[in-house]
Structures are given as structure tokens and as C-alpha cells.
Design a protein around this ligand. Sequence first.
Ligand SMILES: C[S@@+](CC[C@H](N)C(=O)[O-])C[C@H]1O[C@@H](n2cnc3c(N)ncnc32)[C@H](O)[C@@H]1O
Length: 356
Amino acid sequence: MQISCIIVGRNPIKNRQISELRNDTATERKLTRRRHAGTPSAAREVLPRPARFGNVPVEAEPKGWDRRQGFQKHYPSVSLPTQIIERVKLGNEEPHEPNRLIWGDNLHIMRQISNNSVDLIYIDPPFFSGRQYNVIWGDNNELRSFDDIWEGGLDGYLIWLNARLYEMKRILKPTGSIYVHCDWHASHYIKVEMDKIFGYENMIDQIVWHYGTPSGGRSSGKKPVKVHDNLLVYAVNYAKHTYNKQFTPYSDKYVKDWFRHTDEDGRMYRTRSRKGVIVRQYLDESPGVPLSNVWSDIMQLYGSAGWFAKMGTDERIGYPTQKPEALVERIIKASSNEGDVVADMFVGGGTFASVA
Ligand SMILES: C[S@@+](CC[C@H](N)C(=O)[O-])C[C@H]1O[C@@H](n2cnc3c(N)ncnc32)[C@H](O)[C@@H]1O
């Protein structure tokens, strides 16, 4: 209903179209209900994408897609000899095929990976930040850098990313999912493109990673302090995707407020009524708080060596956009099972590979 209000006010449209819009809103409600009931294919049937809305064409294809040639038009296939840098041993006696670290442009590498072969993809691509990231690397002081500056502007960036997202969708298994790490620079635009590639109904969530505190050093500019990134999470088939519920520890306040009793062995518990019977819920048997889509308990790797020394851990390797291990560990645990194939297509400092 709100949608029709805005359009009627700004750009009067015919009654027929208003009623179509109202139907769309009702349909969307139906879609949401079905989505939660876990029948995404039914949802797709009830929300067909129109080719036009009034005089405005509705783009069904992701930017850069050509009807005849797909993304090959902008990014033709090239045959490259791939270079396997390393076979990583991750607890297995013999390193097996999936444990590969491959050097090259991920588009061309992914085009050589078969359909339906990966369970989980995490990507942390350039964010469209307009910056160049440099790092002086290793004992020989080698300069390594990557550019996040886009000649074609936002559209150029989206076309570049879409060609890769398309391959990711293809190589994911029907039960697979993808996490796209991004921020305010392009997250809303990426969401629209992902809706076209993965399907609106297959969006699992938008996770807000609240990575730090609004300290004075970050507070330049006439705006609130930026303290979060976004993770756009999509399934190949919503409701068929792997998800293992995660929990975070109760806060001290929660424990104090709710687990008020202590038994003869010193175990803290709360009482609950289950079917009219009062039972004890022990703190040491309680899983914690179900994970929400706002993650505030993992700090970014930003701070002085002294601060990290105080925390008793320092996983920084000097890579400028390195992400914390705890962040990717949570993603891997939530969205894959032991023995699954997981992949990071923008390796950077290698956090994901090292945690997996
Ligand atoms: C934001 S960093 C990833 C940081 C990583 N998550 C970490 O924790 O260290 C993005 C990386 O993607 C790489 N990259 C950019 N374009 C690429 C492409 N077409 N194929 C493969 N890697 C690419 C960049 O060189 C950079 O290393």
C-alpha cells in the first residue's frame, strides 16, 4: 500500500496500474508467507516479473548479460594454463583435490569448474571504494596491491561482478549458498543484481557485521560514524540450503537476570514451565542466544600491536583488507558440513582458506 502512495503522489498512473500494484503488494505478502513456509519455487510462480511497469521497462537480466552471448560478450573465454600454487593440508593425511589455492583471474578459473560442485562460497571482493590498496610484502619488501577503482563507474563494477556471480551460481550445488561481503558503496546495487541472478525469493538474509566502535578517529565528516559492513546471503534454492543454527553466549546481564538459582552442586539454572510442569534449565546445558543477523561480537582487525597483545591474540598478517577468522569461521559452520567443498573466490590474505 505504501508503494502505491508514493507513486500516485509523484507520478500519477492509471487506476488499472494502481490496482495491479495493490495486487503486487498482496502477492508479495503471500510470497513472504510461502517463503517462510519454505516453498520458494511456489513463490516464484506467484510473483512473475513483469516486462514493463507502465512505460518503464523492468530489467529481468543482470547488467552486462547479453541474450545471445551471456557474459561472454563482455568477458570472452580465454584458455589459460592454471597454476595451482599450493595444495593445502587441512587435517587430512593426504591433501585431496579440493584443497587448492589457485592463482589467476577468478572468472577464468571458475569457468573451468564443473556445475553443482561447491557447497558454500564466501566472497570479499573489492567494494567499489575508489581506493587502491597497497601492502609491502615479505622479506624482499615486494609491493603488492589491488585496485578498487572502476573506469566504467558503478555499472562497470556491477557488470564485472555479475559475470563472476553468474559462474558462482552455476558451480554451487542445489543445496549451496553464497555470502557476498560488501559495504555501503555498492551493497544495495549488488542486492538488485543478486536478485536477478539468484532470485529474490532465494535471499536468505542481509547480515550486518558491526565491526567496531565509533571512536573519535573514525568520526570525520558530517555523518554518523560508519561501523558496519554487509553480507548478502543467498541460497541456490531457499529452504533446501544447508543451515546449522549457531548460538552466541548469553550476556552477563542475561545470566544474572534469568539464571538466578544455583543447585547443591553449584550449577546455575532457571525454572521454566513445560506443559504445566516446572523444570530446571541449566546454564551449562543451554546453547546460548540464537544467532541474529546483526553480528556485533566480532571486531575488525584494526588496532595497535599493543591492543592485540593485551587481547592475547594477533592474527594480523599485514594484509590491508584482512577479515577476522571468527567471522569466516561462523559462516563456514553455519552454512556447510564437515567434508563439504567451500570456496573463496577473492582470496586476498587467505583468511577463509586458512580457517576452512
Ligand atoms: C578485499 S580482498 C580479500 C581479503 C580477504 N578476505 C582476507 O581476509 O584477507 C579482495 C581480493 O580479491 C582480489 N581480486 C580482485 N579481483 C580479482 C579477480 N578478478 N580474481 C581473483 N582475485 C581478485 C584482490 O587482489 C584482493 O586480494
